[in-house]
Design a protein around this ligand. Structure first.
Ligand code: SF4
Ligand code: SF4
Length: 698
């Protein structure tokens, strides 16, 4: 019969020993699973998706998992290597379960043995080949770690002086993880080879890798093969059940948490920050201790695979700031694990029996300060969402950092300039400290009247935003845009002194109360107006108006000016002849691109203008933040450090001869006009807002 016997030639006592050890391994594994479940039970309930969304979320997470799309993104090598490991492991795991069902269930209890004949042959070849995929993946990962050594795997913490002991443990843990997988696969094949050499079954072609291994044992006698098989069987078996027991405690834990993280992640993470839930309104805002964390965020901490994609994407890290989103996640995870260790086995079992959650102890201690997350780490973030977008397992680094900021703001631990600006916004309704009646002054240099949308109905309500209203350089762009709207016969109006700062960056700076006040004032004014849709040239305002104001009852259609301009071009209302033959590069603003998917309209306009677009290496969803987001525009950079905007200008200049560096955000106008000068490139490149090129062409 074509088959193989798991316990071939084993004494019954050894079989019993095997089952005892396997049961022990399962118990250790189950405790390892129970421990974080207890921890998540300690988390706050907010952030959990409604049950009705779960089927769709599971389907989406499965699609991501099976396609490996997020692992392959921007790192095809790691993606394919991981796919080999993943599919190899999954198939070998399923194969082991099938074998166990036959050996421990259907055969002893029902006398039905299906692990034979054609089924067995098919089983053999599938597992043999997928084992090779696992082997190839492991070897590729080892080459990557040992030879290619990408920076994202370096584990250097930008917020610590030297390598910390726990980082050495991470490094060793990574090698042990891939090393064990390698040894498991290799010993599996050698064991198979020894069995084939002993048994000479005559259908070796169904186990090609095992057959190759068997060739090495051609001249070895039966007694030696016998001893070898026993030794290898126990070595391989003990390693396998040891690996299973260790899964929840090691890097392998991501096998359990990553999928759940993908299911529970907020698809709007970063675009729409969560309001303070009513039941927490009386508590201090944000995350001050682990006990404040949402259950989903506690799970996110465990889901981190340490892949370093967010570490690599972070503009704060790239410009020498003491922030790596990966390290924030790992730091918080270490704190959460220490809190669980404090509770111990007795505490975990007690919670499981009594069904209450542990509290006090480390769960109540501050997560910021001391040996924990540094306050300047938290304030280095630009809330650009590059980390969230890059993370293959759906971790919400930027919203977690925002929650840490909320607590720092609550405790008054914020940079002085930021504090002063927030006070200015509180008093005047704008970040320039200007009187409200000066908000519409930019219109005075136009040779036509701009409608007051509060007094007469308009088709398009233009939410201008602080920078486009008050900054002298951006005001020129704002007037260009007004002239284009007029040329295209757009029925538009503005709110004049009724408009307030939209609050997007106030919220991302952690000042939730001020955000709510600003948003409510804007919503109250908008509700009094009669219009069809909102347009804004400010991606920051666009983001909060589109994604956050609906929760305050203001669910309007909100367009970026580039989308409206493209619409007007396509409708023939802004005739162009494609006569601008400039060579340009274009910077994707984080809040237009990554947060709102506005990648194509600016590029289509540039094409319609006749410009040749040369893309920077970091473009579209991989765009590099200008450094203004998350309130960073109000926090001075450390003297002597490179600013993100300067880093970006160097990237643009490295493309060669360009006529213009094109932007489509008023804050980008401010940041890059300055960076072009401070980076010493005033002679080499000039900034134009897309609207200005449009007006030139029209
Ligand atoms: S939001 Fe941007 S700046 Fe902040 S941690 Fe993420 S990548 Fe870094
Ligand atoms: S947080 Fe996500 S992107 Fe960053 S290292 Fe962990 S798994 Fe990778």
């Amino acid at each position: 019969m074509k088959t193989r016997d798991v316990f071939w030639d084993f004494e019954p006592a050894l079989e019993v020993l095997w089952y005892v050890l396997a049961a022990l391994s399962t118990l250790v594994f189950l405790y390892g699973v129970a421990r974080p479940v207890v921890k998540y039970g300690r988390g706050q309930r907010y952030g959990l998706p409604p049950r009705r969304e779960l089927p769709g979320r599971v389907r989406d997470a499965l699609r991501i998992l099976l396609s490996h799309v997020t692992v392959k993104r921007r790192d095809a090598y790691a993606g394919w290597a991981h796919a080999g490991i993943f599919y190899g492991f999954v198939v070998l795991f399923i194969g082991t379960v099938i074998l166990a069902i036959n050996t421990d269930l259907t055969e002893p209890f029902f006398g039905w043995r299906f692990f034979e004949g054609d089924f067995y042959l098919g089983y053999s070849i599938v597992l043999d080949v997928l084992g090779l995929a696992l082997l190839a993946g492991v070897v590729l990962m080892m080459v990557r770690r040992g030879v290619l050594r990408p920076r994202k795997l370096d584990y250097d913490r930008p917020d610590r002086e030297a390598e910390t002991p726990e980082r050495r443990v991470y490094r060793i843990g990574d090698w042990v993880f891939v090393g064990i997988l390698l040894v498991l696969v290799v010993t599996g094949y050698v064991l198979e080879g020894v069995r084939i050499a002993m048994d000479q079954p005559g259908y070796d072609e169904w186990s090609p890798a095992g057959w190759v291994a068997a060739q090495a044992f051609g001249g070895v006698g039966d007694g030696a093969l016998h001893a070898m098989r026993h030794t290898l069987w126990w070595f391989h078996g003990l390693l396998a059940i040891g690996f299973v027991a260790a899964i929840p405690y090691t890097k392998a834990a991501h096998m359990l948490t990553s999928f759940v993280s993908l299911v529970l992640r907020d698809p709007q993470a970063g675009k729409r920050l969560r309001a303070i839930p009513p039941e927490r309104a009386a508590e201090p805002a944000g995350y001050g201790s682990l006990g404040d964390f949402g259950a989903v965020h506690l799970l996110h901490l465990d889901a981190c695979t340490k892949c370093g994609k967010c570490h690599e994407a972070c503009p704060a890290l790239a410009t020498g700031k003491p922030l790596s989103p990966r390290d924030v996640v790992l730091e918080l995870r270490e704190q959460a694990n220490a809190a669980m260790e404090e509770i111990g086995i007795g505490g975990v079992l007690g919670v499981l029996m009594r069904r209450d959650a542990p509290s006090g102890g480390r769960f109540a201690q501050p997560v910021i300060g001391g040996d924990g997350v540094r306050a300047d780490t938290v304030w280095s973030c630009m809330q650009c969402n590059a980390c969230v977008e890059a993370c293959p397992v759906g971790i919400e680094q930027a919203p977690i950092i925002n929650q840490l900021r909320r607590r720092l703001v609550e405790e008054g631990e914020l940079p002085a300039n930021l504090q002063a600006t927030l006070q200015t916004i509180h008093k005047s309704g704008n970040s320039f400290g200007e009187r409200a009646r000066k908000r519409g002054r930019w219109t005075e240099e136009l040779d036509f009247e701009v409608k007051d949308a509060r007094k007469e109905s308009v088709d398009v309500l233009w939410f201008v935003g602080d920078y486009a209203s008050f900054d002298p350089r951006s005001q020129k762009v704002t007037r260009s845009l007004a002239r284009l709207f007029r040329a295209a016969d757009v029925d538009f109006g503005i709110l004049y002194d009724g408009e307030r700062n939209s609050g997007n960056d106030v919220r991302r700076a952690g000042e939730e109360g001020l955000f709510e006040a600003l948003a409510e004032q804007n919503v109250a004014v908008l509700e009094e107006c009669d219009f069809n849709r909102i347009v804004t040239s400010d991606p920051h305002s666009l983001n909060t108006l589109r994604n956050e104001y609906p929760e305050l009852g203001a669910g309007y259609e909100v367009l970026h000016h580039t989308a409206l301009l493209l619409e007007l071009i396509e409708a023939g209302r802004l005739p162009l002849d494609g006569g601008l033959s400039y060579t340009v590069t274009y910077h994707d603003p984080c809040y237009l691109g990554r947060h709102n998917g506005g990648y194509d309209a600016p590029r289509q306009i540039l094409r319609a203008l006749g410009c040749t677009l040369v893309e920077m290496p970091r473009n579209r969803d991989n765009s590099f933040c200008c450094g203004a987001g998350g309130g960073r525009i109000w926090i001075p950079d450390e003297p002597g450090t490179e600013r993100p905007s300067e880093n970006r200008i160097h990237e643009a200049v490295s493309l060669g001869e360009l006529d213009y560096f094109v932007v489509s955000c008023p804050k980008d106008v401010t940041m890059y006009e300055d960076a072009i000068k401070t980076s010493g490139n005033a002679e080499r490149i000039e900034l134009r807002e897309l609207t200005e090129l449009m007006e030139e062409a029209v």
